[in-house]
Design a protein. Structure first.
Length: 312
C-alpha cells in the first residue's frame, strides 16, 4: 500500500508522508510533555494557552487511527473584484481559504478510488495537522508560526487521512526532521513587516491575539485594524508575513475568481442588509466556498472600501 500511495502522490505532484504507529505514539508523548515543535513552548505558557490545552485534552482523536497519511497540496491565492462608484477594487483571498473543506473531501475520495479501498479504511483526519506535519518532517515552522514545505513554501494545504490499519511509514526527506526553518534565525523580514507586531523575536509562537489573520475572522468591530497601512486588500486573513518571506520567493501562484460584483451588488453588501447581502453572496460564490462566514467577509469588505475612499 505504501508504494501505491507514493505513486498516487507523484502523479498529482503532491508531497506525501505516512506517519506510522510509532511516529504517532512519539508525537502523542511530545504533546503530553508540552514539547511542541516550533513553538518553544514552556509549561507555564502551555497552562495559559487554551489552544494547546485543548490539543492535550483531545489526544484521544489520534488513538482512533493506526497510521495517518499527510498530504501537502499547493494552493494559490485568489483575486476577487468589487465595483465601487469610482473604480474596481481587487481584494485578496490568501491560499487555503477557498474550498478548504471541499479539497479535503476530494482528496479522500480520489485516494480511495486510486487505492481501491472503501471509506471504512480511510477517513478524514483533521487534528493537529500542522504540528504533526512538523514532527514527522513534512514541513517546518517559520518564525511567523506558519509551516513551510521545501517544494511549496507556505502556500499549501495539509490534508490528513487516517487509516484504521497500520502501514509502513515514510517521509519525503531522508534527513532528521527539523522543527524550524534554519534561515529564520538569521532573518527578521516577517518580524519587521508584520502590520500588528504579532511576530516575536524570542520564540516561534506568535501573539495570536494581535495577528491580523486571527483578528479579521472573528466577529465584532474591526477597530484594531485602524493602524493598518493603506494598501491592505485581504478580504480575509493576511499575506504580509508570507509575501515578504525569502523562503517563499517565486512560489506564490495567483488565480482570479471568475466572479465580479457590480456596483449595485457591492452596495448591497456594504448597506448592512445582511439578508439580501447573504443571498447575493451565496448565489455568486456558491462554487467557491470560503472558510469564513458572510458576516465577517462583509464587515472586512466595508473596511477595505472605506479605507480606499478615505485615502483618495
Amino acid at each position: 500500500m505504501t508504494e501505491k500511495i507514493k505513486i498516487w502522490a507523484k502523479k498529482r505532484r503532491y508531497t506525501v508522508l505516512v506517519a506510522d504507529r510509532y511516529s504517532l505514539n512519539e508525537f502523542r508523548m511530545k504533546i503530553k510533555n508540552s514539547e511542541f515543535p516550533g513553538t518553544l513552548m514552556t509549561r507555564d505558557l502551555f497552562n495559559t494557552n487554551n489552544e494547546f490545552r485543548e490539543m492535550l485534552e483531545n489526544l484521544k482523536d489520534i488513538d482512533t487511527f493506526s497510521s495517518v497519511i499527510l498530504v501537502a497540496i499547493p494552493r494559490p491565492a485568489h483575486r476577487l473584484r468589487f465595483q465601487t462608484f469610482k473604480n474596481s477594487i481587487e481584494t485578496i483571498i490568501p491560499p487555503t481559504y477557498v474550498n478548504y473543506r471541499k479539497l479535503n473531501t476530494d482528496i479522500l475520495l480520489d485516494i480511495m478510488k486510486f487505492m481501491e479501498v472503501n471509506k471504512k479504511v480511510f477517513r478524514i483526519f483533521d487534528s493537529y495537522l500542522k504540528t504533526l506535519a512538523v514532527h514527522t518532517g513534512l514541513s517546518q515552522f517559520g518564525r511567523n508560526n506558519i509551516t513551510y514545505n521545501d517544494k511549496y513554501g507556505s502556500y499549501f494545504q495539509l490534508v490528513g487521512i487516517g487509516l484504521l490499519e497500520e502501514i509502513e511509514g515514510f517521509s519525503p526527506s531522508a534527513s532528521q526532521p527539523k522543527n524550524q526553518l534554519d534561515q529564520c534565525y538569521r532573518c527578521s523580514a516577517c518580524l519587521n513587516h508584520c502590520p500588528t507586531n504579532a511576530i516575536r523575536n524570542d520564540r516561534f509562537l506568535i501573539n495570536a491575539h494581535k495577528c491580523l489573520s486571527n483578528l479579521n475572522i472573528k466577529p465584532g468591530t474591526i477597530n484594531k485594524l485602524s493602524k493598518i497601512e493603506p494598501g491592505y486588500f485581504c478580504i480575509v486573513g493576511c499575506l504580509d508575513c508570507q509575501e515578504i518571506c525569502p523562503a517563499n520567493k517565486g512560489k506564490l501562484r495567483w488565480e482570479d475568481i471568475p466572479v465580479e460584483f457590480s456596483f449595485k451588488e457591492t452596495e448591497t453588501i456594504l448597506s448592512g442588509n445582511d439578508a439580501h447581502g447573504y443571498e447575493l453572496w451565496c448565489n455568486k460564490m456558491n462554487a467557491f466556498e470560503l472558510s469564513t462566514s458572510y458576516g465577517i467577509v462583509a464587515r472586512n469588505l466595508r473596511y477595505i472600501i472605506n479605507q480606499q475612499i478615505n485615502q483618495a
